[in-house]
Design a protein around this ligand. Sequence first.
Ligand SMILES: C[S@@+](CC[C@H](N)C(=O)[O-])C[C@H]1O[C@@H](n2cnc3c(N)ncnc32)[C@H](O)[C@@H]1O
Length: 302
Amino acid sequence: MTSDFRTPALDALAAKIIPGQHFEFSAATARDRFFNDTRMLDVKQWVHNAFRTNPTSMLGHMLDNLALTGTEDLLDLGCGNGFILGDLRPHLADGSITGLDIAPAVLEAAQQRLHGTATPCTWIEGSADDLSMLGDDTFDRVMANYMIHYVPDLDRCFTEVRRVMRPGGIFQLTTDRTDSMLEMYDVHFTALKAMSAPQDLFKASPKGRLSLTNGGDLLGRHFERVDTVTWQDQLRFTDPEPFMRFYEVGHNHCCASSEEDERLTGDFFAELRDRVRAQVTEAIDTRGYFAVTKYTGSFLCR
Ligand SMILES: C[S@@+](CC[C@H](N)C(=O)[O-])C[C@H]1O[C@@H](n2cnc3c(N)ncnc32)[C@H](O)[C@@H]1O
């Protein structure tokens, strides 16, 4: 079954509303603000799974990508709370897992999730652009899923991945298109506009730094072969509240409150949420559900 949610109307909406400029965040912001606990990851992972309409899960796509035989040594850069590793582990029964993350709180959660399983696991607190603690030709698979936009030095990161990966290995880098989840950006920007919000809040997802659209060129400088695998999904909500939890937690209102900003008060965000909720409720009343279309995928580098 194909899951193609793209329509001319969605393409036209994307062209109209997704800004060319994207937000940028440092690894320190990731460590100290977004991932100092597992809340953001827990809510996002729950919503992406519970409200999807593509019958193939993200893990299903990754299993196709990674072609595991069960004996591979796998390195996961920015492993977060181990959500993906927990599901991959049975496919690595005679292999090993190394999870690296800059944020101790989520790394601890990953460690807890895989505790007591038979696949040997190693956990490293660090940044994906410094793999100096790892030897040359050590891993058969390396992954960087939905995290590369935080890494300070991308060239150094990819040089290091090349070094630690064995010949014949696969590096899977998963990211989004900048128009992914455009219906969420639509209700968000519509609300911001109605509130005459500062212009610098109108920016695309930080994944614009290395998106499915622009990432191939950079990766092509480091790897002999780069293939792109894409898939779509559509989250559908018939109750505004799960969407609102997702909207608030994901980079805090589409990045609007991701950094300290004295212009933006608690009242500002309360009004923003009310305006977003009203649009989502209206869509549900009119159409039966509120849809959020995802354009995502992986670069497979060899
Ligand atoms: C959106 S989460 C993705 C987690 C996991 N890969 C997944 O897909 O479920 C991004 C993760 O990257 C981590 N991170 C951010 N900057 C990093 C860096 N420079 N090096 C390693 N990990 C980093 C964060 O702490 C967070 O756990």
